[in-house]
Every structure is written in structure tokens, then in C-alpha cells.
Design a binder for this molecule. Structure first.
Ligand code: APR
Length: 228
């Protein structure tokens, strides 16, 4: 069974109603990244950071997967599919995708500030005074700017095995996530689906750009790959 690796960013969840980061009216337009998504910001003003993620968690409870997420589940009929996402929403899992690796953490998880491996599922607001069993403050299980990306090595190994790579809805501006595609074997077909692609055809060998939204571009590529 051929292996398809799908690299997704905020754009695949845009049509579900979740803001992206760098589009007009994106999340980073209304917030200073270093204030709400960095360890320094959390140390300086924990309430502000916790409220930023509480707002995003509350919103995630109200949205559902779109045709882009669902088409990727269909791919599993014919291919081994691994999804490596920069997104912290769980819309791939809600749609039914089986193998989802979160590079930047998960909104519905929190962890102890004293032990990064002590992770809990958490779907309500998180506030100061919400402690782990040992009395340590809990924090979002999110990779903040300047923090390590613990899942990077496993992600690289997965991309290195891909027979096909599909990139959906990412501006390819944040590293190391943006470098992952470079670990694909030479000659691996790469498809990029984005209405405003931030790369051009000769950036990567054997790249096909599909300048469409996820709900249009992903289902049509999936049909093409399944019927191939
Ligand atoms: N369908 C597909 N792609 C879309 C759609 C859509 N409907 N709408 C927007 N896009 C594209 C944009 O054109 C852009 O290229 O999605 C991309 C979103 O880019 P960003 O907002 O930069 O999001 P992302 O690439 O996921 O950001 C990476 O940056 O802030 C950090 O940790 C955060 O994981 C995030 C990382």
C-alpha cells in the first residue's frame, strides 16, 4: 500500500470557522505572538495567555471538520495516510483520520508546568489555580515560540518514507515545520493546496500547486489519487 504524508496548517481549518494566523484578520493580527504564545509571555502575564487559549478552546467546541478534513479520511481506503499537522485543533481526529501527529501540540490537552510529560485532556477553560495532582499549575499543551518541537524527529522519519506528499493550508513560514517537506525522497510527487500559495513551482522538485481552497482542492485531488 502506498504511503501518503499530508502536512497541514491553519488553512485546512479556515473553512470550518477557525482563524488562520497570517491571513487578513488572522490571529496574529489581533495579538502579539510573544505576549500570548511564548514562555516569556506566560511568565509575564499568565492570565492573558490562559485566556487566549480559553477563547480558542471554546471556539473549537463549536466547529466541525470540513470537506477537506473528510476527503483525507477517504484517502485511507487506498493508501496508508499519515497526517502531520501544525494545527492544535482536533478536526482531523473528529473527521476520522487515524494517524495524526501534532507538531505544535493540542488545544484539548494541558500539561503540568513541572513535568512536560504529565499531560491531561482538558476541554474547559484553564485558569490560574488549576493544578496537577502535585499542586503545580497546569498550562496549555502547546509548543510556544522558542520552545522545542518534541515530535520533529518522528515527523521527519514519516516524511522520509512518503510515496506522495500533500501540503495543505500552510504559509510555510514557521520552522522547523516548514522544512519537513525537504526530507521527502528525491522525486517524490508533492502537491500543495492553498488559494494563495506562498511557494512557486520551482521551489521543490516535482511540485504541483493547486491554488484552491481546501474544501475544493482536497476532495478533487483525493478523487484523482484514488481513481489513478
Ligand atoms: N484553504 C486552504 N488554505 C487556506 C485557506 C483555505 N480555505 N484559507 C487560507 N489558507 C492558507 C493561507 O493562504 C496561508 O498560506 O493557509 C495558510 C495559513 O498560513 P498561516 O496563517 O501562517 O498558518 P500556518 O502556516 O499553519 O502557521 C504555522 O505558525 O503561528 C504559528 O504555531 C502557529 O502552527 C502555526 C504556525
Amino acid at each position: 500500500m502506498k504511503q501518503i504524508v499530508v502536512l497541514t496548517g491553519a488553512g485546512i481549518s479556515a473553512e470550518s470557522g477557525l482563524k488562520t494566523f497570517r491571513d487578513a484578520d488572522g490571529l496574529w493580527e489581533g495579538h502579539d505572538v510573544m505576549e500570548v504564545a511564548s514562555p516569556q509571555g506566560f511568565a509575564r502575564n499568565p492570565e492573558l495567555v490562559l485566556e487566549f487559549y480559553n477563547q480558542r478552546r471554546r471556539q473549537l467546541l463549536k466547529v466541525t471538520p470540513n470537506a477537506g478534513h473528510k476527503a483525507l479520511v477517504q484517502l485511507e481506503e487506498k493508501f496508508k495516510v499519515d497526517i502531520i499537522t501544525q494545527n492544535v485543533d482536533n478536526l482531523h481526529e473528529q473527521a476520522g483520520s487515524g494517524n495524526v501527529l501534532h507538531l505544535h501540540g493540542e488545544l484539548f490537552k494541558v500539561r503540568s508546568t513541572a513535568d512536560e510529560n504529565h499531560v491531561l485532556t482538558w476541554k474547559k477553560d484553564l485558569v490560574l489555580g488549576d493544578f496537577d495532582e502535585n499542586g503545580h499549575q497546569l498550562r496549555p499543551h502547546i509548543v510556544w515560540f522558542g520552545e522545542m518541537v518534541p515530535m520533529l524527529e518522528p515527523a521527519i522519519e514519516i516524511v522520509a518514507q512518503a510515496d506522495i506528499v500533500i501540503i495543505i493550508g500552510t504559509s510555510m513560514q514557521v520552522y522547523p515545520a516548514a522544512s519537513l517537506v525537504n526530507y521527502a525522497k528525491l522525486g517524490t510527487p508533492i502537491y500543495l493546496i492553498d488559494p494563495k500559495p506562498n511557494v512557486n513551482e520551482n521551489d521543490f522538485e516535482s511540485l504541483t500547486i493547486i491554488a484552491k481552497t481546501a474544501t475544493i482542492g482536497v476532495p478533487s485531488l483525493v478523487m484523482q489519487l484514488i481513481d489513478h
